[in-house]
Design a protein around this ligand. Structure first.
Ligand code: GLU
Length: 501
């Protein structure tokens, strides 16, 4: 018994303090476009991991490829992260002890560190022209070999290098790859081993324009920013052993690495931008709530004991951070199920309605959407009416925008120009019958209307037609009893009253 309790305590301590030193992670996007689902997943898992370990989450902008930089992308990215509920601890705009956090502002730092590698013989100047490199590439293609640089400039004599520099020949700086199989323990994939030099020539660290390449800047920054864990997409896994060689050349100890699996469609096919890999901004514009999206990602990607299922409530970002366990992230491709996104959003609407403050905001949001859509109409969008409709709607819709589709227009637009035949004395009687009806639900309303039609000798379809016109001003729409239920008793009575001659 005692040893079981001890085991439990030990396990929970292990879970919470899986990593002993102060955890620091980073999200390092390149501002080459807008934030997509994959990028958001990387940012989110880094954030959850940092928070689960009481660590720090750093945002670093990797903009060394200036030709691919997109204007406004950094601001949009920061905005998307903050909309999603992901706040970084250090990064651009905010301060921190390890800045600047934008790589193009760190060029002097890369110069300093490239000198170290040149001095210790791990890097060398390469004067090969673009033309020569292209010829090499073409030749290997012809021989059906993997194109790789032949490392020619590695063996240039000091005098030859001096001469070229004096004559102003442009050069880049390359890293001397050693042919040795590097291995590491991937936090998600387990043991990985790879000999980079088998498939690559010496990689460029500094381009001739003085800008570093991704690999060099990434390693220098992760080290200087004291990053303890690198969590990134699996497409970077192949580069990790190269990064490990760089750490070794500097004499630094590397961080731990974990690679997040590919995100694929439900049928296992690659995501295309048109299908699921949508921009975060597009989700937002289409009425997806941040917490709905975040729960959708975590439910698809794993990392938790719980599994999302029907009737389960959403977790707040704090709860997700509390429960996140990196060792539970699966290395298998993450399959997306778009129905789950709708379910998560529906649950988010439900969650907001159950909280006084959030529900006020939600009602306000729907009121704004309705007034925008029906600007020139006479509307009923009282708080009470909007809230009642939302409560009814949570089991039927997943986005509040659905409630302004033409099918639901009658809920908000007060009927005008009723051209159906209206029998006022009959409707007056009906008002009395309805006033005392409890509960006011679709089934009981239907029964009451049937009773009323036979008691008053009016054919049921005729009564329905009249009521539909009086309630909505329309010829078609949902069933009359459903409509009355949705409008609620007082709104239904008001509309019938208003039609009396
Ligand atoms: N800048 C790289 C990207 O755009 C970062 C990769 C990494 O996290 O190391 O994905």
């Amino acid at each position: 018994m005692w040893s079981n309790i001890q085991k439990l305590i030990l396990n929970s301590v292990r879970k919470r303090r899986y990593f002993s030193s102060k955890v620091r992670v980073r999200f390092a996007p390149s501002p080459t476009g807008y934030l997509h689902l994959g990028g958001l997943r990387t940012a989110l898992y880094n954030y959850l991991f940092a928070k689960s370990q009481h660590g720090m989450f750093v945002l670093r902008i990797e903009d060394t490829d200036q030709s691919r930089k997109v204007e406004g992308a950094v601001d949009a990215l920061i905005n998307d992260l903050s909309w999603s509920g992901i706040e970084y601890d250090e990064g651009p705009i905010k301060s921190g002890n390890h800045g600047p956090y934008v790589q193009s502002e760190r060029l002097h730092i890369y110069q300093e560190y490239i000198t170290k590698l040149l001095d210790n013989g791990s890097a060398y100047k390469c004067f090969c022209t673009e033309r020569r490199l292209n010829i090499l590439k073409r030749d290997s293609m012809k021989r059906q070999q993997v194109p790789k640089y032949d490392n020619r400039c590695r063996t240039l004599t000091d005098d030859a290098v001096k001469e070229k520099i004096i004559s102003g020949t442009p050069y880049c700086i390359r890293f001397k790859l050693t042919s040795d199989c590097q291995s590491f323990e991937d936090l998600i994939f387990g043991g990985i081993a790879y000999d980079v030099s088998l498939n690559e020539g010496d990689p460029v660290l500094m381009k001739s324009d003085g800008f570093p390449t991704y690999h060099f800047a990434n390693v220098v920054d992760d080290h200087l920013m004291r990053i303890t864990h690198v969590l990134r997409g699996v497409e970077w896994q192949i580069s990790t052993t190269k990064h490990l060689l760089l750490y070794r050349a500097f004499g630094w100890s590397p961080p731990q690495f974990g690679h997040l699996p590919l995100i694929v469609n439900a049928d296992g096919t690659k995501l295309s931008k048109r299908q699921n890999d949508v921009r975060v901004e597009d989700y937002r514009n289409k009425g997806i709530f941040p917490l709905g999206l975040v729960n959708y990602i975590t439910s698809s990607g794993g990392g938790f004991d719980h599994v999302m299922g029907e009737g389960v409530r959403l977790k707040t970002i704090e709860e997700l951070a509390e429960e996140f366990q990196i060792q539970k992230v699966s290395p298998h491709p993450t399959r997306l199920n778009p129905d789950l996104l709708e379910e998560c959003n529906r649950l988010e609407i439900k969650r907001q309605l159950s909280d006084d403050n959030l529900s006020l905001h939600l009602v306000g949001k729907l009121q704004r959407i309705i007034t925008e859509k029906y600007a020139d109409k006479n509307l009923n969008i009282s708080d009470e009416h909007v809230r009642n409709v939302l409560l009814w709607a949570t089991s039927r819709i997943s986005r509040i925008e659905d409630l302004v589709s033409s099918k639901f227009g009658f809920l908000w637009i007060l009927p005008s120009n009723i051209d159906a035949e209206v029998n006022s004395s009959l409707l007056k009687k009906l008002i009395d019958d309805i006033e005392c009806l409890e509960p006011f639900e679709e089934k009981s309303i239907m029964e009451r209307l049937r009773e009323f039609s036979s008691k008053n000798d009016i054919k049921f379809p005729r009564l329905m037609k009249m009521l539909r016109a009086v309630l909505s001003g329309l010829d078609e729409g949902p069933r009359v009893a459903e409509m009355m239920h949705l409008l609620g008793k007082s709104q239904s009575l008001q509309r019938i009253q208003a039609a009396l001659k």
